[in-house]
Design a protein around this ligand. Sequence first.
Ligand SMILES: C[S@@+](CC[C@H](N)C(=O)[O-])C[C@H]1O[C@@H](n2cnc3c(N)ncnc32)[C@H](O)[C@@H]1O
Length: 209
Amino acid sequence: MSNGKVFSDIAGRYDRLNAVLSLWQDQKWRNTVVSRLPKGRLLDLGAGTGAANEIFGDRRVVALDPAPEMLSLNDGSLRVVSVGEHLPFGDETFDAVFSAYVFRNLDSVDQTMGEMARILKPAGMAGIVDLGRPAGKMASKLHRAGTSIILPIAGTMIGARNEYVYLHSTLDKHPPPEVLLAEAPLELVDTWRLGPMGFVWAALLRKTS
Ligand SMILES: C[S@@+](CC[C@H](N)C(=O)[O-])C[C@H]1O[C@@H](n2cnc3c(N)ncnc32)[C@H](O)[C@@H]1O
């Protein structure tokens, strides 16, 4: 199942799925990142249904996503169908980039980071939050065993088995954020962990020049 198809298929159910998966903590986790981003013009990269719109305050938000079915449910006024790897914006045009629960789905993190660096103004900030595995080896093993059992069961119960199996397969896609973003063309300012066993990671990066 390709990630594009997953999100086209589940657009109408996405918010509920995400809430269940995160034990209704998804907005709180987004907010730990958004609250550290500057005001001004913000790109919501992989904006989906616009679940974060209510926490952006008075920022001028552009919502970007490759799935029109997701974007059609987004009540933001500026919506763009595209991917993170090719951002259709000029250099140094945004004060902030925010991306929630998207990085596991990217074709290329490096290319997307390059594009984020290009469109950010000097001193602009990027904030990312995504699901992964807990930091320690043992915790990570336990978490993997748990999600391999729980996710398919939860998915079957609400008629979305394929999507939950897809989710399980993506949780191991990336190393921890300190490794994933070590060579990013933005300065890594901070990373932190959230959720049960710290399986959710967040990162804040700054454009230095
Ligand atoms: C799990 S949803 C997250 C949506 C939203 N950010 C939120 O917090 O609810 C992942 C989103 O990433 C989008 N996506 C997938 N591949 C992408 C890419 N290459 N560039 C940007 N967005 C992508 C999907 O279409 C989907 O809407």
